[in-house]
Design a protein around this ligand. Sequence first.
Ligand code: ZN
Length: 174
Amino acid sequence: MTEAARRRTRARIRLIKIQWLLILVLTVALAISVITRPSASVVEPIVEEPTPQVETPVEPESTPEPVCLGEFRTTAYCTCVKCCGIWSSEHPSRVGTDYVQRTKSGTIPTAGRTVSVDPDVIPLGTAIIIDGHEYIAEDTGNAVKGNTLDIYFDSHEAAVEYGVQKKTIYIKGE
Ligand SMILES: [Zn+2]
């Protein structure tokens, strides 16, 4: 092997060494950059702050004392023609039509709730207490004037059975 050939071989080995060194340096640099890069995938664990439970005192619903309206003459009615005349769904002029018999308030008359009043004495919508039971002033009637109430019943028989009774009436204030 000539001197020149040996020098070329040494030069080639040095070149290969430098190349390997470069690759090593680049690899290390890449590794460092990967490690130190702020990763977006690392999410701070959300620590749920315990919501302080504020005890809200339950406001007692203002239930004003019922107001006594004194003694009323109470009668009873149902939806029949005898009781409601032309307003009854059983009235010949209503039969076969899509007429729905409703109270003055627009509700379906319901026993145990509907009471007919003189709206000048008791406004519609007023809660009326008769014998401890709460009704609603939902309806009006030609015969219901002044200190008179007409209590709704499901059947004419029940209404007749009720008859006419004097009752002490209470209404609930607003
Ligand atoms: Zn009736």
